[in-house]
Design a protein around this ligand. Sequence first.
Ligand code: C2E
Ligand code: CA
Ligand code: CA
Ligand code: CA
Length: 279
Amino acid sequence: AKEKGRNRYQFYSSTITSKAFLLIKLENWLHQAIKKNEFTLHYQPQVNILTGEITGVEALLRWYHSEMGQVPPTQLITLAEQTDLIIPVSQWVLRTACLQHVAWLKAGLKDFPITVNLSPRQFQQPNLVSMIKKTLEETGLDPHYLEIEITETSIIHDEKFAAQAFHELRSLGVSISLDDFGTGYSSLSYLQKFPFHTLKIDQTFVQALQNLPQDTAILSAMIMLGRSFNLRVVAEGVETLQQLEILEKLNCKEVQGFLFSRPLKTEDATQLLLQHCIR
Ligand code: C2E
Ligand code: CA
Ligand code: CA
Ligand code: CA
C-alpha cells in the first residue's frame, strides 16, 4: 500500500511539474507575442435588421503563433488570466481598438461605438477606470465612442467594486454592455442594479431556434426585458436567414453574426465600413 501511495504521489507530482512547465513556456511565448507584436484585432459589425445599417463594431483578439498556429481567443484569455499577462494584453487591445476607431472616424465614418471586451480579471483591477481614461486621452478617442463589454462573471466577484466602476465609467461617457446575456445566474437582478447601455443575447439562444414555440418564448422574453429597460438589444451569433426572420418578428432591432459578416481583419473591416458607413 505504501508503495502504491508513493507511486501515486510521483504521478501527481510529475503531472503538476509538466503543467507548470507548460505554463512557463506559454507565459514566455505570450511575453514574446507582446514584444513581437503577434496580436491582431479582428472587427465584427453589428447591424440594424430593418435598415441594414452598421450600428457598432466589436473588436476581437487574434493571436497567431509560429508553432501553435492560431490560438483560440478564449484559451488565450484564460492563459493570460492565469499568468497576469492579461493586463498588458488587455491594454494592447484597448489601445489598438481606440486608435483604429480614431482613424476610422477621421476617415469620415458615421457615429457608432467600438466595443471592447474586458475579462473578469481586468474588470477587478483597482486602476481599471484610470487606465481606460488614460488610454482614451492618449489615443484621442472621444469616450462616447467606447463601449466596454463585460459578462456577469465580472460583476459577481465584487458587486460594490463593480457599481463604483460602472459609475465612474458612465461619468466618463463610456457605455457598458452586458455580454452573453442569459447564460449566467444573476442577469435579471443585474439589469436592475447596473446601468447597462446594451444587452447582448448569447448566441446559444439564437442557434437553438428550431421554430418551436418554446424556443422563441425565451428569446422573446429576453428581448422584451431588454427593451423594457430601454437597452439596446443585440442578438449574437445570427447565421441564417431563418434566425434573422424570427428575431425580426420578435422585435429585436440589432444583430451580430456570420450571416452579415465574420470578424474581419483590419483592412477588410476598413473597406466594409468605408463603403457603407460614411457620414
Ligand atoms: P464574445 O465576446 O461572446 O464574442 C463573440 C464570439 O462569437 C466571437 O468569437 C465571434 O467570432 C463569434 N461569432 C460571431 N458571430 C458568430 C456566428 O454567427 N456564429 C458563431 N458560431 N460564432 C460567431 P471569438 O472571436 O472566437 O471570441 C471568443 C471569446 O473570446 C469572446 O466571446 C470573448 O469572450 C473572448 N475575447 C475575444 N477577444 C477578446 C478580447 O480582446 N478581450 C477579452 N477579454 N476577451 C476576448
Ligand atoms: Ca463580446
Ligand atoms: Ca457574447
Ligand atoms: Ca462569450
